[in-house]
Every structure is written in C-alpha cells, then in structure tokens.
Design a protein around this ligand. Structure first.
Ligand code: ACO
Length: 219
C-alpha cells in the first residue's frame, strides 16, 4: 500500500539533499537546504527586490520590511526545516557560483494515492535572465520524482508573469487551465494559470533535457 504523509515522519524521502551542480549562462547552480546563516543574504536581496518580488507573492501579514528584515529569517527558516522534517515540504536555497540568490520549494506534499505537491521559486533581480530558475526547477523536479517519490507537481502562475511562464514551458510543464480568483497576491484575489507535470513526462530527466537542448552543462 502507498505510504501516507504520517508514515514518512522522521524519514522524509528526498530530504535532506544537495542537488547540482548544473552550469547555465549565469554560472553554476546548486540547491541545498536553507541555513540559519542565509539570513543576511536573504534579507538584503528581498528588501532591495520589493518591486521585483511583491507583485507575484502571496499576501501575508505585516509590511514588506517587517516580513523581510533580518529578524524575519530565523522563524521562517525554522518553519521550513520543520515542514521538511515532517515530510510536507522540500525547501531549498538556490546558490549561483556558491552565493545565495533565491529559493525554490516543493510544498503541500500529499502522499498516499495522490503523491502530489506544488512548486514555487524566486531569484534575485541581479541574477535573472541567465537560466538560474530553469536549472533550479529542473533539478528539483528530477529529485522530487526520484528520491522524493512524488508523481505530480503543479505550478500556478499569474498570466502576466512572462518570465515564470517561460521557465515552466522551457522545462516541459503543461498548461492545464485558468484558476479564477485563485490566490491572494499583492492584496487581491488573482487568477492563476495552472501548469503541471507528472513523472511519466520527464523521460531521462529535465536536467538531461536542458543539457540535450544546449541550455545547461554538467561538470
Ligand atoms: N517576456 C518573455 N520572456 C521573458 C520575459 C518577458 N517579459 N522576461 C524574461 N523572459 C525570459 C528570459 O529570457 C528567459 O528565457 P530564455 O532562457 O529563453 O532567454 C526566461 O524568461 C527566464 O528563465 P530563467 O533565466 O531560467 O529564469 P530567471 O532565473 O530569470 O528567474 C523568475 C525567473 C524566478 C520568475 C524571476 O524572474 C523571479 O524571481 N521573479 C519574481 C518572483 C516570481 O515571479 N516567482 C515565480 C512565481 S510563480 C511560481 O513560483 C510557480
């Protein structure tokens, strides 16, 4: 019988892990569990990148500076670590040439007969346009469908988020439909396009696909 979320308590498949390296136009991308000492880089980037990030992120309590100041990181980090240990999430820091540049997370993991989750990500405005998010998504999808034992991943994106739509299409997510008033983002209920991919669709893997298309290189 398929395992439920509770059965994985204390031994979450696919966690912890270090993924990569994959080299893209911007440099070498790796994924690793978030660390307490990522706080300074995380906060510096996010305080500087309010305009780049806020319009695409779920609405939460508090001002941008309260939610992204240095003191906001330890509780966020502890929450990510706790969800990962309980088998509900696979949260990773994205590094580019060794420096923290963003986050990518597989969240809301449901096991048993569904084995499904969502995937979400952000990258510093100073590191965009060079294939970083594409490499991160490919690495994490491959991992989630192998060591992570998942079968389906969903990504929901606002229709105007051209770069995120491009990331998902490049790696091979399928567009499944439009969710009306789906998520409270930047203070209002926003429509989102739903994309998905299942384990049967990745062939030899999404990293291998990027390499075969000349979008990425392995060491
Ligand atoms: N129109 C069309 N394509 C665009 C545009 C645009 N306006 N802007 C960028 N692109 C293309 C780029 O050229 C690139 O494609 P290419 O490789 O074919 O040239 C692609 O979009 C972006 O691919 P990457 O370089 O791999 O992605 P990047 O590292 O730039 O990160 C991301 C993209 C994560 C969306 C970043 O811009 C970001 O963090 N944005 C703010 C937060 C955000 O929107 N997160 C995603 C929310 S949705 C979700 O998580 C499922």
């Amino acid at each position: 019988m398929a395992a439920s979320g509770a059965e994985f308590a204390g031994r979450h498949p696919g966690w912890p892990a270090k993924l990569g390296p994959v080299t893209v136009r911007a440099g070498t991308v790796r994924l690793r569990p978030p660390r307490l000492w990522d706080g300074r880089a995380w906060s510096e980037i996010r305080l500087r990148d309010k305009e780049h990030l806020e319009v695409w992120e779920p609405t939460t309590v508090g001002s941008w500076s309260e939610r992204n100041g240095l003191s906001a990181w330890p509780p966020q980090w502890a929450s990510l670590r706790s969800l990962a240990r309980r088998g509900q999430s696979l949260p990773f820091a994205i590094t580019l040439d060794g420096a923290f540049v963003g986050q990518i997370t597989v969240g809301n993991i449901v096991r048993a007969a569904l084995r499904s989750a969502w995937i979400g990500y952000w990258v510093s405005s100073r590191s965009v346009g060079g294939g970083v998010a594409t490499a991160a998504v490919a690495l994490l999808v491959d991992h989630a469908f192998s060591a992570g034992q998942l079968h389906r991943l969903e990504a929901t994106v606002r229709p105007g988020n051209e770069s995120s739509l491009r990331v998902l299409r490049k790696v091979g997510f399928r567009e499944e439909g439009l969710f009306l008033r789906y998520l409270d983002v930047a203070g209002a209920w926003r429509d989102h396009l739903c994309f998905a991919i299942t384990a049967e669709e990745i062939g030899a893997g999404l990293v291998a696909k990027l390499v075969s298309e000349g979008r990425a290189q392995l060491p």
